[in-house]
Ligand binder design. Structure first.
Ligand code: PHE
Length: 365
């Protein structure tokens, strides 16, 4: 009895001043498999029967007291260590930004953000789809059947045929997301789809990978007036020219009927190009910037939507081209060269996040 009291007092005294490492040591030596208390407990069986119970209870009490004291000291030490770290580890907010963390926002990202902000103000939401598409979504459902001449225009990258024998494609436009969306949800629909697209084409004005933004609005009575209002408003907001002339020129796309190409007014003077019109009408010209039309009823049918109930419009435009026009970027290829000097010149700061209220005419940093 006296022995166990002494053992307990000795251990508690050591625990009270131990650091974390010493605590573990004390635990192992007292309570481990051949620790002192463990050994004493093993010895109980050798005691005369009338003393076993009391000795057992006594040892258990010591064991609990020691284990409890170790746990308590440990928790206290850990809390102290955390407090010390919280007090000592200060973030120095006056330090300059690390150069690798100060990368500007790429003009493509900026342009997508600006366009999305404008369309979201009009009630569109952002939809998304994969770069690798089925032939059906990229062509057939969009009323571009096999052997249709429009397929040649697209200079498609085909993948090797899959197990089912069908060839998948790198999507040649963002229009397959129209199909995906109409297959997956019921109208009314109002989406924009920014994303990468691919065509086997490479020169100063074409890249095999480029970006488009697609739009689709389906409702019971969405008509050409909505299409025109929406896109005129978009062009004026994006180029930040309130009276920008916008012209709809008849065109053809298999997935829209009627179809139109949209041109914006520009001014060509002394070899330069400016968006909008000047006083000098002889310098006036047009620039094509997007394709659009009323969704072809066949496309609605292909997606299981009843064209006698639902109708709407779609549009698609190239992001790079719009960015080049707005920000005066002369060469398409420079977008993908990852040249940090180019990015510093044409990039944007992460803090200039675009919104209709704040405006979009930021220019380079
Ligand atoms: N998908 C067409 C293209 O890539 C653009 C477009 C989209 C035209 C939607 C009309 C409607 O050229």
């Amino acid at each position: 009895m006296e022995n166990t009291d002494r053992l307990r007092d000795e251990l508690l005294a050591r625990i009270a001043v131990a650091d974390l490492g010493e605590l573990e040591d004390i635990r192992v030596r007292a309570l481990g498999r051949s620790g002192r208390i463990t050994e004493l407990m093993k010895g109980i069986g050798a005691l005369p029967a009338d003393r076993r119970r009391v000795a057992g209870q006594e040892l258990n009490r010591v064991k609990d007291a020691v284990a409890g004291a170790i746990e308590q000291r440990k928790t206290g030490l850990e809390a102290e260590a955390l407090d010390r770290r919280l007090a000592e580890d200060r973030v120095d907010v006056t330090l300059p930004v690390r150069p690798e963390a100060a990368g500007p926002v790429h003009p493509i990202t900026q342009t997508i953000d600006e366009m999305v902000a404008i369309f979201c103000e009009m009630g569109f939401t952002v939809a998304d789809g994969p770069h690798i598409e089925t032939d059906f979504n990229n062509f057939t459902a969009l009323n571009i059947p096999p052997e249709h001449p429009a397929r040649q225009d697209h200079d498609t990258f085909y993948l090797a045929p899959g197990a089912d024998g069908t060839r998948r494609v790198l999507r040649t436009h963002t229009s397959p997301v129209q199909i995906r969306t109409m297959m997956a949800q019921k109208p009314p629909i109002r989406i924009v789809v920014p994303g990468r697209t691919f065509r086997a084409d490479h020169d100063a004005t074409h890249s095999p990978m480029f970006h488009q933004i697609e739009g689709l609005a389906i409702g019971r009575d969405i008509h050409m007036g909505h299409l025109k209002g929406c896109l005129i408003e978009f062009c004026r907001a994006f180029f930040a020219v309130d009276d920008l002339p916008v012209r709809f020129r008849p065109s053809y796309f298999p997935f829209t009927e009627p179809s139109a190409e949209v041109d914006i007014g520009c001014t060509r003077e002394g070899g330069g190009l400016a968006i909008g019109r000047s006083e000098d009408s002889t310098a006036a010209d047009w620039l094509e910037i997007l394709g659009c039309g009323m969704v072809n009823p066949r496309v609605l049918e292909n997606c299981g939507i009843d064209p006698s109930v639902w109708q709407g419009f779609a549009f698609g435009l190239g992001i790079e081209r719009a960015a080049m026009l707005k920000y005066g970027i002369p060469d398409l290829r420079t977008f993908y060269e990852s040249d940090i000097r180019w990015l510093r010149h044409y990039g944007f700061t992460a803090l200039e996040s675009p919104s209709v209220a704040a405006g979009f005419a930021g220019g380079g940093t």
